[in-house]
Design a protein. Structure first.
Length: 228
C-alpha cells in the first residue's frame, strides 16, 4: 500500500518523516532508490559465466557418456576398437569443414563487434596510434564479447567486472599502461611535453614503458605457446 501525501510536515508521523520530501507545497513519499546498476551488472556477468561453465561441463559429460555407450555397443556387435576409431575419425573429418566455418564466422563476428570497437574506443580515449597494436595485444586479454553482443571488461586475473569499456580505457587501463597514452610523459605521435629523453634523476619513462611492454608481450607469447 503506497504511503499517503501530507499537506504539512508536522502531519507526518515522526518515524516516517525521513521518507518524505516536499513537492509543490505538499509532502510526498520519496521515490525508492535506484538500483546499483554496477552491482547488478557484476552479478549478471558472474551468473552468465557460471551458466556457461555448467553448460560446457554438461556437454563434456554427455559426450563422454555417448562415447562409452558407443564403445559398448561396438563391443556387443563385435566391432573392433580399430574399426570404431575409424568411424570416429571419419565423423570428425566430416564435421571439420562445418566447425572451421563456424570458427571463422565467430572470429569475424568477434572482430566486428569487439576488436574493432575496442580499437576505436582506445584511440578515442588517448592511446597513441603508433602504439595501438601493443595496446590491442593487452586489451584482447582484458575484454570479451558477451552473448548479448556487448563488450565485458575483465580484471588482471581474467574475471569479468562491471566496469564499462569507456571508463576502463579512460581511467583503469591508462593508469596501468601510461606509456601507451598521449600526454602522459611518454613519446610518440601525439605525446606532449617530452622529447623522448631521460627525465629527472636519469629516469626515462619512454624506455621504462617500452621495456614493460616488451616484457608483457613476451609473457603473452609464453601463454600462447602453453595453450598449443
Amino acid at each position: 500500500m503506497p504511503l499517503p501525501v501530507f499537506d504539512k510536515q508536522d502531519d507526518i508521523p515522526q518515524a516516517f518523516r525521513s521518507e518524505y520530501e516536499e513537492k509543490e507545497g505538499k509532502w510526498h513519499p520519496k521515490p525508492p532508490p535506484a538500483p546499483d546498476v554496477t552491482k547488478l551488472q557484476g552479478a549478471l556477468e558472474k551468473e552468465r559465466t557460471r551458466a556457461e561453465s555448467e553448460e560446457a561441463a554438461r556437454k563434456k559429460a554427455e559426450k563422454e557418456r555417448d562415447d562409452l555407450k558407443r564403445a559398448k555397443d561396438a563391443t556387443d556387435r563385435g566391432i573392433s576398437e580399430e574399426a570404431l576409431q575409424k568411424i570416429r575419425d571419419d565423423e570428425a573429418k566430416a564435421r571439420k569443414p562445418i566447425e572451421d566455418e563456424n570458427a571463422a564466422l565467430k572470429t569475424e563476428n568477434d572482430k566486428l563487434k569487439r576488436t574493432d570497437r575496442v580499437r576505436a574506443e582506445a584511440l578515442k580515449n588517448g592511446v597513441m596510434p603508433d602504439r595501438i597494436e601493443d595496446a590491442m595485444l593487452l586489451l584482447d586479454l582484458r575484454t570479451e564479447l558477451t552473448k548479448e553482443g556487448s563488450i565485458a571488461v575483465k580484471d588482471k586475473s581474467g574475471s569479468v567486472t562491471a566496469e564499462k569499456l569507456e571508463d576502463f580505457l579512460a581511467k583503469t587501463f591508462k593508469t596501468e599502461k601510461p606509456w601507451l597514452y598521449a600526454g602522459t610523459g611518454s613519446s610518440g605521435s601525439g605525446a606532449e611535453g617530452s622529447d623522448g629523453g631521460a627525465g629527472q634523476n636519469g629516469y626515462d619513462p619512454v624506455a621504462a614503458g617500452k621495456k614493460a611492454a616488451e616484457e608483457e608481450k613476451k609473457q603473452l607469447g609464453e601463454k600462447s605457446l602453453a595453450f598449443r
